[in-house]
Design a protein around this ligand. Structure first.
Ligand code: ZN
Ligand code: ZN
Length: 95
């Protein structure tokens, strides 16, 4: 069970839902957030339990041009405008 929070970029208003640490364990897979350099979005990469995260692929544009580091909303920057994210206060759970 993961807790997702909604974040909004203070620069451009880009909204995402993300785990505060950038990764979490779900029922079927581990979830990681990455910043995609091609489509400039924060994307969710799922890795089935027992598998390694070798080369993350963007689920939106199939690019492998992702940031090497797992992205998190606390220290991570907005891939669109390089701004920082603020919590909007919305929180939900994900199995
Ligand atoms: Zn932004
Ligand atoms: Zn992409």
């Amino acid at each position: 069970m993961a807790v997702l929070k909604e974040y909004k970029c203070s620069g451009c208003g880009y909204e995402i839902s993300a785990t505060p640490t950038g990764h979490d364990m779900l029922m079927l897979a581990d979830l990681f957030h990455f910043a995609c350099k091609d489509c400039r979005q924060i994307v969710d990469v799922y890795v089935p339990h027992g598998k390694k995260l070798d080369e993350p692929v963007c689920p939106k544009c199939s690019s492998k041009n992702l940031d090497k580091q797992v992205w998190n909303p606390i220290t991570g920057k907005c891939p669109k405008c390089n701004g920082s994210f603020e919590e909007t206060g919305k929180v939900w759970m994900m199995d």
